[in-house]
Design a protein around this ligand. Structure first.
Ligand code: NAD
Ligand code: UD1
Length: 340
C-alpha cells in the first residue's frame, strides 16, 4: 500500500511511519514542522535505512496537497497532523479550529478529488470528558471539555457525515489514551517544545537533569494513593493499532470507532516508581495542588479494538519507561542534539 502520513514528523506519526514502512507500506510523510524537528525526518531515514519521501507542507494548502496526490498511487491517508495542547487551545481556539477542523476538511476535500477514500484519523480519549463509569467504552457519550477535544469530536462527526454522503469511504477513528514511551532503538521519541505538560516527558526531563523536580498534581483524589489514574500506552503499540485499522478498512467500508488503550489504570506515583526503576535514579517530586481541568481516573475498555481489529497492546509500564529512558538519556535535548 502507498500511504500518506500527515503529521509524520511528530511523535506518534514518526513511530507509526516506521511500523508502516517495516510492514511493507510505501510511506510518504507530510508535515509543516509546526511542532516537530527536521531532524526527526533525518532520524527516520537513518532508522529505516530508506530515503523516505518527505513533503514539507500544510494540510490547509490545497495546491500543495494536489501536488502530493497527483503523484498518484495513494491507497490511504493516516492523519495525525493537528495541534494538541489542551491549555493552549483554550487561549487560541480559532487557531485550533482552523488547523484541526478546517485543515482536516481541506485534506478530505483533496483526497476525494483524487479518489482516495481510506482514512485513519487520530482522535482522543479527551472526547469523553469526565465519564461517569470506568472503564470507558466507545458507547460512552462524548463530553469534550476543551476546544482541543471539541475539534476532535467535530471532525469525528464530519467523518460520519462524509461517509453517509458517500459510502465508498472507509474511515477508522482511533481514540487514543495516553501515548508514551519511545522507539526501542532510542533514535526517535517525544520531543516536546518548552516545559512538558505531560507526565512522562516531564519525569524523563527530571531524570536527565533538565528539570529540578516533578510537581504531582494532587494527592487527595479518591484513588488508592490519592493521585490521578491514567491509561499509559506504549507508542509502538499505538502505532501497531494503525496497521490493524488499515487492515480492517481493507475488509470493511464504513466509519468505525475504536479506543486504543491498555485497559489498565496507573497512578502518578506508580509511574514515578516505574521510571525510577528504569533509570536507576530517584525522581525528586513534591505534592502540588490539583491541575485545573484534570479528570480523576481515565482508562479504556479496549475490548472492541481487540475483538474487531485483533489489536492487543504488548508492552507494560516497565518497558515504556525503559524505552523512554533510552531515548531521553541519549538525547537529553531531544532532536536539538542532532543536526537536521
Ligand atoms: P505531535 O505534535 O508530535 O505531531 C503532530 C504533527 O503534526 C507535528 O509534527 C506537527 O508539526 C504536524 N502538524 C500540525 N498541524 C499541521 C498542519 N496544519 N499541516 C501539516 N502538519 C501539521 O503530536 P502527537 O502526540 O504525535 O499527536 C498526533 C495526533 O494524535 C494528533 O492529532 C493528536 O491530537 C492525537 N492525539 C495524541 C495523543 C497523545 O497522547 N500524544 C493523545 C490523543 C490524541
Ligand atoms: C493530557 C490531555 C489529553 C491528551 C493527553 C495525552 C489535558 C487536560 N488532557 O491528558 O487531552 O490526550 O494529555 O497527551 O491536558 N501530572 C502530574 N504532574 C505533571 C504532569 C501531569 O502530576 O507535571 C499528572 C496529571 O495530573 C494526571 C497524569 O499526571 O493525573 C497524566 O497527565 P498528562 O500526562 O498531562 O495526561 P492527561 O492529563 O491524561
Amino acid at each position: 500500500m502507498k500511504t500518506l502520513v500527515t503529521g509524520g514528523a511528530g511523535y506518534i506519526g514518526s513511530h507509526t511511519a516506521i511500523e508502516l514502512h517495516d510492514a511493507g507500506h510505501e510511506v510518504v510523510i507530510l508535515d509543516n514542522h509546526s511542532n516537530s524537528a527536521r531532524a526527526a525526518v533525518t532520524a527516520l531515514r537513518s532508522l529505516t535505512r530508506h530515503d523516505l519521501p518527505f513533503v514539507e507542507c500544510d494540510i490547509r494548502d490545497a495546491t500543495a496537497l494536489d501536488g502530493v496526490f497527483s503523484e498518484g498511487g495513494f491507497d490511504a491517508v493516516v492523519h495525525f497532523a493537528a495541534l494538541k495542547a489542551v491549555g493552549e487551545s483554550t487561549v487560541e481556539p480559532l487557531r485550533y479550529y482552523d488547523n484541526n477542523v478546517a485543515g482536516t476538511a481541506r485534506l478530505l476535500d483533496r483526497m476525494a478529488a483524487h479518489g482516495i477514500k481510506t482514512l485513519v484519523f487520530s482522535s482522543s480519549a479527551a472526547v469523553y470528558g469526565n465519564p461517569a463509569a470506568m472503564p470507558i467504552n466507545e458507547t460512552c457519550p462524548p463530553d469534550p471539555q476543551s476546544p482541543y477535544a471539541r475539534t476532535k469530536l467535530i471532525v469525528e462527526e464530519l467523518l460520519r457525515e462524509l461517509q453517509a454522503a458517500d459510502p465508498d469511504w472507509r474511515i477508522s477513528i482511533l481514540r487514543y489514551f495516553n501515548a508514551v514511551g519511545a522507539h526501542a532503538s532510542g533514535a526517535i521519541g517525544e520531543d516536546p517544545c518548552g516545559v512538558p505538560n505531560n507526565l512522562l516527558p516531564f519525569i524523563a526531563q527530571v531524570a536527565v537533569g533538565r528539570l529540578e523536580r516533578l510537581s504531582v498534581f494532587g494527592d487527595d483524589y479518591p484513588t488508592p494513593d490519592g493521585t490521578g489514574i491514567r491509561d499509559y500506552l506504549h507508542v509502538i503499540d499505538l502505532a501497531q493499532g494503525h496497521l490493524k485499522a488499515l487492515d480492517y478498512l481493507g475488509r470493511n467500508k464504513g466509519v468505525f470507532v475504536h479506543n486504543l488503550g491498555t485497559g489498565k489504570g496507573r497512578s502518578v506515583l506508580d509511574v514515578v516508581r516505574a521510571f525510577e526503576r528504569a533509570c536507576g535514579r530517584s525522581i525528586p517530586h513534591r505534592i502540588a495542588g490539583r491541575r485545573a481541568g484534570d479528570v480523576v481516573v481515565s482508562y479504556a475498555d479496549p475490548t472492541k479494538a481487540r475483538d474487531e481489529l485483533g489489536w492487543t497492546p504488548k508492552y507494560d509500564l516497565a518497558r515504556i519507561c525503559t524505552d523512554l529512558w533510552r531515548w531521553q538519556s541519549t538525547h537529553p535535548h531531544g532532536f536539538g542534539d542532532q543536526k537536521a
